[in-house]
Design a protein around this ligand. Structure first.
Ligand SMILES: CC(C)(COP(=O)(O)OP(=O)(O)OC[C@H]1O[C@@H](n2cnc3c(N)ncnc32)[C@H](O)[C@@H]1OP(=O)(O)O)[C@@H](O)C(=O)NCCC(=O)NCCS
Length: 179
């Protein structure tokens, strides 16, 4: 995938397939979002560049896909990944993760990444997408709902940060044949 996109505020980004060489930039992006503490399941990207390199490699080699959005200066400003298990019973399922750098939010990049990664997952034969999201993450839940994702469950107090509990929301999107 290689797609140029003009955001609602006029800035241009390139959405393209991630490469193992993106490890450093991707780690820096995910770390910056994790450190906001409000959205992801980690508060820092503790796995380092080598871990990030392995992560990209394993997503791509297990039938999943990963996209990055590159800003005008080459800095990564967003990513989306669909990872797949090799276990036979769940190989038709992909798990979604994504994020957009703080100063690039609210101008359509999240929607574009979600549409692009869904299209790629469908082409790879993924029949069901699923994800977990923090109950307080209204922007993400709203985005997924607008793209057809269904609410599938809530696990009470499944997350805990700084002695505060938060529910875990499960969502899913069916991409396979209709019954
Ligand atoms: C969730 C996220 C990826 C959305 O990306 P984005 O680039 O801001 O998304 P967009 O600009 O395409 O906006 C998507 C929609 O969300 C809406 N939105 C923005 N903030 C919102 C909020 N607080 N509550 C509800 N909807 C909100 C926008 O209005 C937009 O709707 P529209 O397309 O109908 O106008 C981004 O907020 C993000 O990276 N958050 C931190 C990381 C994260 O939460 N990742 C997902 C973990 S499960």
């Amino acid at each position: 995938m290689d797609r140029r996109l003009r955001l609602r505020d006029g800035r241009e980004v390139l959405i393209r397939t991630a490469r193992v060489e993106d490890a450093k930039g991707l780690l820096e992006l995910i770390d910056s979002i994790a450190r906001e503490r409000r959205w992801l399941l980690n508060t820092e990207a503790y796995w380092g560049v080598e871990g990030q390199r392995r992560w990209i490699g394993s997503v791509l080699s297990s039938g999943g896909t990963m996209l990055v959005a590159e800003g005008p200066d080459g800095r990564l400003v967003g990513w989306a990944d669909v990872s797949r298990s090799l276990a036979i019973l769940v190989h038709h399922v992909g798990t979604l993760g994504m994020g957009v750098r703080r100063d690039y939010r609210g101008v359509g990049l999240g929607s574009a990444l979600l549409e692009a990664i869904t299209e790629e997952a469908r082409e790879l034969g993924v029949e069901r997408l699923e994800l977990v999201v923090r109950a307080g993450n209204g922007a993400a839940i709203g985005l997924y709902e607008r793209h057809g994702w269904r609410f599938e469950g809530r696990s009470p107090r499944a997350f805990k940060l700084d002695d505060e509990y938060e529910d875990r929301i499960q969502m899913g999107l069916w991409l396979g044949p209709e019954e």
